[in-house]
Structures are given as C-alpha cells and as structure tokens.
Design a protein around this ligand. Structure first.
Ligand code: ADP
Ligand code: MG
Length: 141
C-alpha cells in the first residue's frame, strides 16, 4: 500500500463546537500524520471553486453558505492508504447513517453540517491538496 496525501477540512460546525483537537487526535491515533495545516475563513469564490463538482446539486448554494459561515481547519493528512483511511474515520456523509465511533457519528449535527471533509479518491486528493496548499507548505517525511 502506498503512502498517500489527502485533504481534510474541519468544517465551520466542527470549529464552532470546539472539537478541532478531538478530530485531529483521531487522525493521529489511526497513524495519519498532519503534513500541512492552516485555518482560514473561506470566501464564497474559494468555497464555490472547491465544490465545483457539486455545482448542479440542489444543496450547492446552501453548502457554500455553510462553508463560508465561519473559520475552517485545512489539513493535508499523510500515511499508508490515507485517502480511504480518512474516509473510514469520517463515516458516512449523513451522520444518521455513519458507523459508531466515526467522527461524523460522534460530532456531526446533520447531512450538511457534518464536521469534516475528506478527498474521495486519488484524483480529488491531488486537486484538493493543491487547491489550498502549494508544494512548499508541505512536509513530506
Ligand atoms: P462527502 O463529504 O461525504 O464526500 P458529498 O461529496 O456527497 O459527501 O457532498 C459534499 C458535502 O455536501 C457533504 O459533506 C455535505 O456537507 C453536503 N451535502 C451532501 N449531501 C447533502 C444533502 N443531501 N443535503 C445537504 N447537504 C449535503
Ligand atoms: Mg465528497
């Protein structure tokens, strides 16, 4: 299994709830390393560009509104099988359907305000990590 990098976002609801530390502890506890990290308050244009694949979905406007409602934590997570491992730790998009012990099951309040984002494959991971970080921002040990 290859070492991968993937984008993680602690969404505005997670930052507001004060669970940044608990979320990161789960990543580190599962063997994922934080390879880059910063906080940001996304602009509308940044959020729309990030979620461009969802542009035609009925929830797009509301999602952009939510993602720009407060600060987020942007991270690159690195490790063996990091993309799938992160998705597993996150749980299903809808917290009502998320497995026990997952981040969304434990912290999310709904299908939109679901605490974390994670890239869903190698192509999106490549796009999403470079969207928020350049090569000089990353440690790669
Ligand atoms: P995931 O984040 O699990 O990869 P998607 O890529 O399908 O899920 O959707 C992106 C984000 O859009 C979700 O994390 C969630 O915040 C929001 N979202 C998805 N489906 C809905 C929905 N039916 N209603 C409102 N918001 C949604
Ligand atoms: Mg997705």
């Amino acid at each position: 299994m290859a070492v991968e990098q993937t984008l993680s976002i602690i969404k505005p609801d997670g930052v507001k709830k004060g669970v940044i530390g608990q979320v990161i502890a789960r990543f580190e506890g599962a063997g994922l390393k934080v390879a880059a990290m910063k906080m940001a308050h996304l602009t509308r244009a940044q959020a729309e560009g990030f979620y461009h694949v969802h542009q035609q979905r009925p929830f797009f406007g509301s999602l952009v509104e939510f993602m720009t409602s407060g600060p987020v934590v942007l991270m690159i997570l690195q490790g063996e099988n990091a993309i799938a491992k992160n998705r597993e730790l996150m749980g299903a998009t809808d917290p009502a359907k998320a497995a026990p012990g997952t981040i969304r099951k434990d912290f999310a309040s709904g299908i939109e305000q679901n605490t974390v984002h994670g890239s869903d494959g190698p192509d999106t991971a490549a796009f999403e990590t470079q969207y928020f970080f350049n090569v000089f921002d990353r440690v790669n040990e």
